[in-house]
Ligand binder design. Structure first.
Ligand SMILES: C[S@@+](CC[C@H](N)C(=O)[O-])C[C@H]1O[C@@H](n2cnc3c(N)ncnc32)[C@H](O)[C@@H]1O
Length: 410
C-alpha cells in the first residue's frame, strides 16, 4: 500500500506525461492502493492543491533553490511545499514525509529546501509584487484573454475564485421520497440558494444518494432547464445527456421521464446516465447513442417540442471544480469546439416541431462559445428567434459559470 503522499507524486508524474484528468487519476490510485477515507482526502487535497497552485509552487521552488531540478524531484517538492505552505500541515511532518519520498541521492536536497521553506515562511508569503497569473496559477494566455473580455479587476477576481475550494450543492429530487434535512447551523446557511438546492457540509450522505433523494450539482446547472421550462407530456430531447444531471432536472419538471429522449455520442457514458436516471426514479426515458455532429435519423425529424443542447465546451466556467483543465486547454481547442457546437445545433434543428424551443447551453464563459455563436446562428437562421438568455459568471454570481440561450422556431 502506498502512502497518499507517494501516490500524489505518482499521480503528478502520470498527469504531466499523459492526457488523463486529475480526478480520474486520483480515483484510480485511491482504489488501487486501497486508501482509507482519511488518506483519500489527503491525497485529493494534495493533488488538487498542487494543480491549483502550480505556478505559485514553482515560484517558491525558484526562490528556495537556484539551478535545475529533474521532473520527479520538482514534483516531490511541489507535494512537500503544498503541504507546508498551502495546506499548512505541521512543519516537521511536511519536511520528514517529503524527504522520505526521494531516492537517497536527492534526500539532502529535499531536506535543505524543505527546511529553508519552513524557516522562511514570512518571506515566502510576501506575495504583493507577484503577477496575478502566477499568484493564482493560471496560464498567461487565459489571463490575457479574460483581461480583454472582462477587464483586469474581474479577470483577477475570476482567477482568485477558481482557486477557492468549491462548495458542494445538491438538488433535491421531487420524484423521490422526501428526506429529512437537518437545519443548517446558525449563520452557516448560504444566502440566495435557489429553491430545491441544499448545500452539503462534510461528507455526502450515502443514504441520500442511494435512495435517489439528491443529485450533486452546482446551482448554475438550473439555468438551462429553467429556460427550457419542460411541461408534462411534452416530447423532449436532451441531446448531450450523459451523465444525466440536466435530464434529471427535465424529468423532475415533467413529473417523470416517459416522454424524454436522452442521447450522447459516447457509448461508454450511457450506462452511468441510465444508472443515474434509475436511481433518481426517472426510469422510462428513451436512451440512445447518437453523434449530433452527423445528421439526425428521420424518425426524430420534427419530433420534439423542446430540445436541450448541453454541448461539449471548454469548461472555463468550472475551473474551481476541474482544477487541471486550465493547464490542458489550448486556444485552438476553443476554435475547434465552436465548430462542433455549431454543427450539433445545425443537426438538431430539423428535430424541432414547428414553434418548438431549443436551449443551447455551456459551462463556458467564452463569448465565442456563447453569445457570438448564437449571434452567428441567428444571422443564418431567420426562422429562429432568441427569446431569452442567461450568463452566470463565477466571480460575479459565486456559482459555476454557465451560459444558456432559449431559441424558438417561428
Ligand atoms: C457538458 S456534457 C453534458 C452533461 C449533461 N447534460 C449533464 O447535465 O449531466 C457534454 C456531453 O456531450 C457529449 N458529446 C460530445 N460530443 C457529442 C456529439 N457530437 N453528439 C452528442 N453528444 C456529444 C459528451 O460525451 C458529454 O457527455
Amino acid at each position: 500500500m502506498k502512502s497518499p503522499r507517494r501516490a500524489a507524486v505518482s499521480i503528478l508524474r502520470a498527469w504531466s506525461k499523459g492526457h488523463a484528468y486529475a480526478e480520474n487519476l486520483i480515483e484510480r490510485h485511491a482504489s488501487r492502493n486501497d486508501l482509507s477515507s482519511a488518506d483519500r482526502a489527503l491525497l485529493n487535497a494534495i493533488v488538487l492543491g498542487v494543480l491549483r497552485n502550480l505556478r505559485l509552487l514553482d515560484h517558491w521552488i525558484a526562490e528556495l533553490r537556484k539551478g535545475k531540478l529533474d521532473d520527479e524531484t520538482r514534483d516531490i517538492l511541489r507535494v512537500g511545499l503544498c503541504q507546508l505552505l498551502i495546506l499548512q500541515l505541521p512543519d516537521h511532518a511536511a519536511v520528514f514525509e517529503t524527504v522520505e519520498l526521494g531516492k537517497s541521492g536527492v534526500r539532502g536536497l529535499l531536506n535543505a529546501v524543505m527546511r529553508r521553506a519552513a524557516s522562511s515562511k514570512k518571506k515566502l508569503f510576501d506575495l504583493d509584487e507577484l503577477p496575478p497569473e502566477v499568484l493564482y496559477s493560471h496560464p498567461d494566455w487565459l489571463y490575457k484573454r479574460w483581461r480583454k473580455s472582462f477587464g483586469k479587476q474581474d479577470a483577477i477576481a475570476l482567477m482568485a475564485f477558481n482557486n477557492e475550494p468549491a462548495p458542494v450543492y445538491a438538488r433535491l429530487n421531487p420524484l423521490a421520497e422526501a428526506i429529512e434535512i437537518p437545519e443548517p447551523a446558525e449563520g452557516s446557511e448560504p444566502e440566495g440558494l435557489p429553491p430545491g438546492f441544499i448545500r452539503i457540509e462534510g461528507p455526502i450522505p450515502g443514504e441520500w444518494l442511494k435512495k435517489g433523494a439528491i443529485y450533486i450539482q452546482d446551482t448554475a446547472t438550473r439555468h438551462c432547464v429553467e429556460l427550457l421550462a419542460p411541461q408534462p407530456g411534452e416530447q423532449i430531447l436532451d441531446a448531450c445527456a450523459a451523465p444525466g444531471g440536466k435530464a434529471f432536472l427535465i424529468a423532475a419538471a415533467q413529473g417523470g421521464a416517459s416522454t424524454l429522449t436522452c442521447t450522447d455520442s459516447n457509448e461508454k457514458r450511457l450506462p452511468r446516465l441510465e444508472d443515474n436516471l434509475k436511481r433518481l426514479q426517472c426510469s422510462g426515458a428513451t436512451v440512445e447513442v447518437h453523434d449530433w455532429a452527423t445528421p439526425a435519423p428521420a424518425k426524430w425529424h420534427a419530433a420534439f417540442d423542446a430540445i436541450l443542447l448541453d454541448v461539449p465546451c471548454s469548461n472555463t466556467g468550472v475551473f474551481r471544480r476541474r482544477v487541471d483543465v486550465r493547464w490542458r486547454l489550448r486556444h485552438s481547442d476553443i476554435t475547434e469546439l465552436t465548430k462542433l457546437q455549431r454543427s450539433i445545433i445545425e443537426n438538431a434543428l430539423p428535430c424541432l416541431k414547428p414553434g418548438g424551443r431549443l436551449v443551447y447551453s455551456t459551462c463556458s464563459i467564452e463569448a465565442e462559445e456563447n453569445q457570438h455563436l448564437i449571434t452567428a446562428l441567428l444571422g443564418a437562421h431567420p426562422e429562429l428567434e432568441l427569446v431569452d438568455s442567461r450568463q452566470a459568471l463565477p466571480h460575479r454570481d459565486q456559482t459555476d459559470g454557465a451560459y444558456a440561450a432559449l431559441l424558438r422556431l417561428r
